[in-house]
Design a protein around this ligand. Structure first.
Ligand code: DQA
Length: 145
């Protein structure tokens, strides 16, 4: 089994850098991807970093992770708060370890962000630490391999 971790990013995360920098910071998604690949290299993990604005594409990729990856990190963006399809896709790849990541602290924001359909089916959730949350999640998954 390879040491590949899929890192999936949902809608509007391709806008990082320009999008509400006061909330999400100034790093672009490409920079976060580079940071993740670097962090992965240090701990022997191949990172497959992707983004889509489409719910069904994210579902396809979660299923692909179930067959091809040792772990999954997902920032589902706004789909966290709405998507039973993503919740079900994660259940379908059990027992794949899954880390949910949010750049912002969703519990300190609007009430509609307080609930995530993903959290209950993830191994764990990290939020509020900006891009560093992805690196934390990589280390957390690696500790389980
Ligand atoms: C987010 C939080 C979500 O509420 C929001 O819809 C996003 C980004 C985060 O990383 O903080 O798109 O997932």
């Amino acid at each position: 089994m390879t040491n590949t971790v899929f890192i999936l990013n949902g809608p509007n995360l391709n806008m990082l850098g320009k999008r509400e920098p006061g909330i999400y910071g100034g790093k672009t998604l490409d920079q976060i991807g580079d940071d993740c690949r670097d962090a992965g290299k240090e701990i022997g993990i191949d990172v497959d970093f992707r983004q889509s604005n489409h719910e069904g594409v994210l579902v396809d990729w979660i299923q692909e992770a179930g067959a091809a990856a040792k772990g999954l990190i997902i920032n589902p963006g706004a789909y966290s708060h709405t998507s039973i399809a993503i919740h079900d896709a994660i259940r379908s790849v059990s027992p794949l370890p899954v880390a949910e990541v949010h750049l912002s602290n969703i519990h300190a924001r609007e009430e509609f962000r307080h609930h995530s359909w993903v959290t209950a089916v993830a191994t764990g959730m990290i939020c509020g630490f900006g891009p560093y949350g992805y690196t934390m999640a990589l280390h957390a998954l690696a500790a389980r391999f």
